[in-house]
Design a protein around this ligand. Structure first.
Ligand SMILES: C[S@@+](CC[C@H](N)C(=O)[O-])C[C@H]1O[C@@H](n2cnc3c(N)ncnc32)[C@H](O)[C@@H]1O
Length: 219
């Protein structure tokens, strides 16, 4: 999707990464409360634009030693801080950090493996949300969820709708819109129809239909 409205597209400076770790942020944006409904033991989580890891470490604890959080960010200094903080918290083994250019996440190896995706205060910094959600949809398992949250005073309702529209192009559907302070937020779910249309190879490998979940299992 082309830049429009109040989309900024400049990356958050490193000093802001430190500000975003402020413990007072938890009063309005508590990672445990926000993410507990979506992240559980053994999950593979993709976090785009983790900054210095305000949400990363809590998600790594929720995913536990059998799970992992893959963080992809354009700024190596943000990821250095994530690794330092993860090592200090004893979570280094559950967190994989990857630097990417702003044009692609480069996550082909994660195709069909991700249970949950977090994009917190990052979508407005990404120049091409069409490519972004295309890559995210490819990485998600059928039925996986993606929480997209944008800062209320920085991203207009129109710009947020445009972000969601880009996601919908790739088979994601709005599941619900949880309330998070000072944010515009939506939880998206990967719709099977979209996945099949966009990934014919994956569709070919569907062998078993699980009637309980109405979701095909990829074998
Ligand atoms: C405002 S910070 C948010 C950090 C974190 N999600 C939080 O809420 O504390 C945005 C982050 O997204 C990263 N970012 C910007 N453009 C990106 C892109 N195209 N791909 C991946 N990360 C990007 C920035 O480097 C920065 O770390």
């Amino acid at each position: 999707m082309k830049p429009e409205g109040n989309r900024a597209h400049h990356a958050c400076p490193v000093w802001m990464g430190h500000v975003l770790l402020c413990p007072f942020r938890r009063l309005g944006q508590n990672p445990d409360k926000i993410l507990r409904p979506y992240v559980s033991d053994g999950m593979t989580v993709l976090e785009v634009g983790p900054g210095m890891g305000f949400f990363t470490l809590p998600m790594a604890r929720m995913a536990g030693p059998r799970g992992k959080v893959v963080c992809v960010d354009t700024q190596p200094r943000m990821l250095d801080a994530v690794r330092r903080r993860a090592a200090k918290a004893g979570l280094a083994d559950n967190i994989d950090t990857r630097t990417c250019p702003s044009t692609t996440l480069g996550i082909v190896d994660l195709a069909g493996k991700v249970d949950f995706v977090l994009l917190f205060a990052v979508a407005h910094e990404v120049p091409d949300t069409d490519t972004l959600f295309g890559e995210i949809a490819q990485a998600m398992k059928p039925g996986a969820r993606c929480l997209v949250s944008e800062p209320l005073f920085h991203v207009s309702a129109r710009a947020f709708d445009q972000t969601l529209a880009a996601a919908l192009q790739h088979g994601l559907q709005v599941d619900h819109c949880p309330k998070i302070r000072s944010s515009r937020t939506a939880v998206l779910k990967l719709e099977m129809k979209g996945l099949i249309q966009r990934t014919p190879r994956a569709a070919q490998s569907i062998k078993v239909l699980d009637p309980a979940q109405q979701l095909p299992r990829l074998t």
